[in-house]
Design a protein around this ligand. Structure first.
Ligand SMILES: Cc1cc2nc3c(=O)[nH]c(=O)nc-3n(C[C@H](O)[C@H](O)[C@H](O)COP(=O)(O)O)c2cc1C
Length: 212
């Protein structure tokens, strides 16, 4: 039953502390996780982030040092850095508008109203608000990727426990418009990872949800 499966998969997943270094994940599964991230909704559809896939072992070792030694960074089959825009201007909206015209066969006239509307909205925002908004969108994509992985019985650990400045330096993002929000380790849990047996600590539904 699909409903039960979803709940079971979400109960099965946990923040994996120990990945099995020897076990890699299937390429096709990995592509589905990437597709879930790509298809994640974002505010206005603007996708103000990019994902860096880190395959290079040396870079992984450097990131582990910048991640307070967390082993997931080197042991997981795959590692992504989700980097959101720390600044943007009308180019971000133009990119979306051009892609919309191309994808949906729309004319400039048909999209100019929406384009101007979006540009008007963002022109009122502070740089700090734009940066924070971009990060929120990146986290939503992170969630979609993690959910897709759980459905495929693939383990993940989101990693915010990192020295962000150092990570940005390692990934050569310092002079770019992006900065890293969070890392995502993807792979297979090690049998000895005791955290997989822990009960979930979660607020009761009646506490978390309120009906008005
Ligand atoms: C955005 C984010 C950042 C996280 N950063 C870390 C981290 O740096 N290291 C770690 O071991 N776990 C990290 N976690 C895992 C959380 O501690 C974990 O998801 C939470 O305690 C709930 O437990 P569960 O995922 O096992 O159900 C992070 C989770 C999220 C969503």
């Amino acid at each position: 039953m699909k409903r039960e499966e979803i709940v079971n998969d979400l109960g099965w997943r946990y923040a994996t502390k120990r990945f099995n270094r020897e076990e890699s994940i299937h390429e096709k599964d990995y592509q589905v996780i990437k597709e879930a991230i790509r298809l994640a909704p974002t505010s206005y559809g603007l996708q103000p982030f990019k994902i860096i896939e880190i395959e290079d072992r040396e870079t992984r070792a450097q990131l582990q040092a910048a991640g307070y030694g967390q082993k997931q960074i080197v042991d997981a089959s795959r590692l992504m850095a989700i980097a959101s825009l720390k600044r943007f201007d009308d180019d971000l909206i133009d990119r979306y508008i051009n892609l919309s015209m191309e994808t949906r066969g729309l004319t400039e006239d048909e999209v100019s109203g929406y384009s101007n509307f979006m540009k008007g909205v963002f022109s009122q925002w502070t740089e700090e608000a734009k940066k924070s908004w971009s990060e929120k969108q990146a986290y939503l994509a992170l969630g979609f990727g993690m959910l897709a992985a759980a459905e495929l019985k693939i383990d993940t650990c989101a990693l915010e426990g990192i020295d962000v400045q150092e990570v940005n330096k390692i990934l050569q993002l310092e002079d770019s418009d992006y900065h890293v929000s969070v890392l995502l380790a993807i792979g297979k849990r090690a049998e000895e990872d005791q955290n997989q047996h822990l009960k979930k600590v979660r607020l009761e539904t009646s506490v978390l949800f309120e009906t008005i």
